[in-house]
Ligand binder design. Structure first.
Ligand code: KIV
Ligand code: ZN
Length: 389
């Protein structure tokens, strides 16, 4: 089996569905170009039948971006597929992503249907999409809550109908990592077309219980070779699996033996671009891209990091496009961190003078959340200009 994981970015479709995150076409093109530079394999550019704006954005992204495959979402409905195919016309590499709900609750409450009819509709949609494009991805919505035996029948049928990728979404973010991994393993073992290499499985995990990334990794370790992700983990409700987490887990854990095409140094600039265009702040403690992801604030940690960064850093901030780690001075910081910061500011201090300044620093830090460079220079009895003179 291949050791290459395809990264399918759905920031512009599942991510953009978030209330308040809507982008206009020019902004979407900007994000799509950045995703291309980041090295994603597939950009899900939108759901063309949903609005004229989305239709137009898929057309413009198809013209603007050439290296990644451009993908458009549809329901298992001919009209959706016709509109998606039209929007994708200019794309160099194109994919239609069609599908239908397969869990019992979707079959009963959304479609008022039955399992056999759902398989027929799934197969018909894939065959219809194949008239337009070679690369057809099928999604079994709510696969996380679909029983494995029935899901294998659905996957087998759509692969036989020509699907090149089968997406196994944990739509409601319900699965446990072990359970999701076992689901992918079951499908790999029970669908002949997958072992024969006719199609690959894709993960598409939501974060309702905070397990989207863990589930995605479990899926990859059990045979999935595409991961559907978003920048900063944005997406419906609690969001989707975040691209930066998957890329860095695979980079940090070489033992998993799977690589992506992501240029990880472009992760942070991409995160900032998406956050600012979508007006969606990134939580400060967000893994990889949060403001505090590489900030050390307690005395014990600061002392360790100043001696050797490996004591408390498992990855180099430069690898994700962040210039350096940060030693943040708070009431929990130690003398070593204060001495280091003073030195960076051009003030060398040792012994008793450092002890006295440190005591003054602690009194100030108890009153302030964070002590800045001007405060430190003031405590040291040096102003900024003098310190650098
Ligand atoms: O979460 C989901 O099931 C989806 C599908 C439309 C792929 O977003
Ligand atoms: Zn989704």
């Amino acid at each position: 089996m291949s050791d290459r994981l395809f990264i399918f970015d759905t920031t512009l479709r599942d991510g953009e569905q978030v209330p308040g995150c809507q982008l206009n076409t020019v902004e979407k093109i900007q994000v799509a170009r950045q995703l291309e530079a980041l090295g994603v394999d597939v950009i899900e550019a939108g759901f063309p039948v949903s609005s004229p704006g989305d239709f137009n954005s898929v057309i413009e992204i198809s013209k603007a971006v050439t290296w990644p495959t451009i993908c458009a979402l549809t329901r298992a409905v001919q009209k959706d597929i016709d509109v998606a195919a039209e929007a994708l016309q200019a794309a160099k590499h194109k994919r239609i992503h069609t599908g239908i709900g397969t869990s019992d609750s979707h079959i009963k409450y959304k479609f008022n249907s039955n399992r056999e009819e759902i398989i027929e509709r799934a197969v018909a949609a894939v065959k219809y999409a194949k008239r337009y494009v070679e690369d057809v991805e099928f999604y079994a919505e709510d696969a996380g809550r679909t029983d494995n035996e029935y899901l294998a029948r659905v996957v087998d049928a759509v692969v036989k109908a020509g699907a090149t990728v089968v997406n196994i979404p944990d739509t409601t973010g319900y699965c446990l990592p072990q359970e999701f991994g076992a689901k992918i393993k079951y499908l790999m073992e029970h669908v002949d077309g997958l072992s024969a290499g006719k199609a690959i499985l894709s993960t598409h995990c939501h974060n309702d219980l905070g397990m989207a990334t863990a589930n995605t990794i479990a899926g990859i370790m059990n045979g999935a070779r595409q991961a559907e992700v978003t920048i900063n983990g944005i997406g419906e409700r609690a969001g989707n699996t975040s691209l930066e987490e998957v890329a860095m887990i695979l980079k940090c854990h070489k033992g998993i033996g799977i690589d992506t095409n992501i240029n990880t140094q472009k992760i942070y600039p991409t995160s900032r671009l998406v956050s600012s265009l979508m007006n969606m702040p990134v939580q400060p403690n967000k893994a990889i891209v949060g403001r505090n992801a590489f900030a050390h604030s307690s005395g014990i940690h600061q002392d360790g990091v100043l001696k050797n960064v490996q004591t408390y850093e498992i990855m180099d901030p430069k690898d994700v496009g962040i210039d350096d780690n940060a030693i943040v001075l708070t009431a929990r910081s130690g003398r070593a961190a204060l001495k280091h910061r003073l030195s960076v500011l051009g003030v060398e201090m040792e012994g008793e003078r450092l002890d006295v300044t440190y005591q003054e620093f602690l009194k100030l830090a108890d009153k302030k959340k964070e002590v800045n460079d001007d405060d430190i220079l003031m405590l040291a009895g040096a102003d900024r200009a003098a310190a650098h003179a």
